[in-house]
Design a protein around this ligand. Structure first.
Ligand code: NAD
Ligand code: ZN
Length: 345
């Protein structure tokens, strides 16, 4: 089969012929139809310091996908051949303290497909049946293939927040921030301010329901105007940029909530006294998707047609065009980039 491989400890990917993966008796083999390309894949492609410290080539890249089940192991009861599926890409141990207390998303034994084991930029992937998530018939493989980053946005927007009627600031309108705008809108937020430096991404945020989509220097005024100077009830921090993180703390109201998804590239200074403590705010660190509350919420929002992520998918490529796909993300001009791996659209 074809697989996009991180072949060696150096920049780049190589499209190779490799054996179809073997699967255990509690796993399934999935024919990949669509696969989302993520910033993490770009880190692995460029072979930055994070990738060098984490990844052990050679391995197949990619962690966002949807496809059709081709084979099932003898112990599998919840999945059958022909099922249309996606999967939670974090494979957790199921037995540690965190897994057993409903916090599997922070299982310390997590193995991520396409990072710690072979991933989905390939004709086939093997997955534990317990990670498989069935797609409704009317959900296309393209939307199926971006459940992972959509799930990040659902987790960030919904966990511990009270969005009906809330005022919301979304800092950073990459694909995940744009999804978060649409989710906050669907969940009943009364006013959503979205900020980014990129006009194309602001236009997408507007399309998904932001009341105002502004550059960072305009965000304070937009929040002031929308909240009578109070500050927003909830900030969804989706950029990882220190300036935006400081702005999140500055523009949330006293007693509000800051949901932090964006990952700063290096350590940063925070004045905890003024930015966090005396504001009485709650800060929540987002890791992946809650298993499986986030998935259930995502399915219900999609099923009801409350949230449609399709406008965010701006670029589609075959696996052969992997260099163009990476370049599209690096350009900052793209929304979500997906590989169409096999089959018709
Ligand atoms: P992205 O890089 O496409 O989006 C970040 C956006 O922030 C960009 O559009 C950029 O223009 C914008 N930005 C830059 N400076 C800004 C500023 N001062 N104010 C507002 N916006 C600004 O990334 P993405 O794929 O959408 O992911 C968002 C973030 O979430 C990234 O930091 C990513 O690493 C992180 N992430 C975290 C998890 C997790 O589990 N915690 C999972 C996936 C991604
Ligand atoms: Zn665990």
């Amino acid at each position: 089969m074809r697989a996009l491989v991180k072949a060696s400890a150096a920049p780049g990917f190589v499209l190779q012929d490799v054996p179809v993966p073997s699967y255990r008796e509690d796993e399934v083999l999935i024919r990949v139809r669509a696969a989302g390309v993520c910033g993490t894949d770009v880190h692995i492609h460029t072979w930055d310091a994070w990738a060098q410290g984490r990844c052990k080539p050679p391995f197949t890249v990619g962690h966002e996908f949807a496809g059709v089940v081709e084979k099932v192991g003898s112990l599998v009861t919840n999945v059958k051949v022909g099922d249309r599926v996606t999967a939670e890409g974090h494979i957790v141990c199921g037995t540690c303290h965190l897994c057993r207390t409903g916090n599997a998303h922070v299982c310390p034994n997590t193995k991520i497909i396409g990072v710690d084991r072979d991933g989905c930029f390939a004709d086939y992937i093997a997955m534990p049946a317990s990670n498989v998530w069935h797609l409704d018939d009317d959900i296309g493989f393209d939307v199926g293939g971006i459940h992972d980053p959509m799930g990040n946005a659902f987790h960030t927007a919904l966990h511990g927040t009270e969005l009906p009627g809330a005022t919301v600031l979304v800092t950073g309108c990459g694909p995940i921030g744009i999804f978060a705008v649409g989710i906050a809108k669907a969940a009943g937020a009364s006013h959503i301010v979205a900020s980014d430096v990129n006009p194309k991404r602001l236009a997408l945020a507007k399309q998904l329901g932001a009341h105002s989509a502004v550059t960072p220097d305009q965000a304070a005024e937009a929040v002031r105007a929308a909240t009578n100077g109070l500050g927003v009830d909830v900030v969804l921090e989706m950029s990882g940029v220190p300036a935006a993180i400081h702005q999140a703390f500055a523009l949330v109201r006293v007693g509000g909530r800051v949901q932090m998804l964006g990952i700063p590239a290096k350590p940063m200074e925070v004045d905890f006294a003024t930015e966090v403590i005396f504001k009485g705010i709650t800060v929540y660190g987002v890791v992946g998707r809650r298993m499986y509350n986030t998935w259930i919420a995502m399915q219900q929002f999609l099923r009801a047609g409350q949230f449609d992520p399709r406008p965010v998918i701006t670029h589609r490529f075959p696996l052969e065009a992997h260099a163009e796909a990476i370049a599209a993300i690096q350009s900052g001009e793209a929304g979500k980039v997906v590989f169409e791996v096999s089959g018709e659209r």
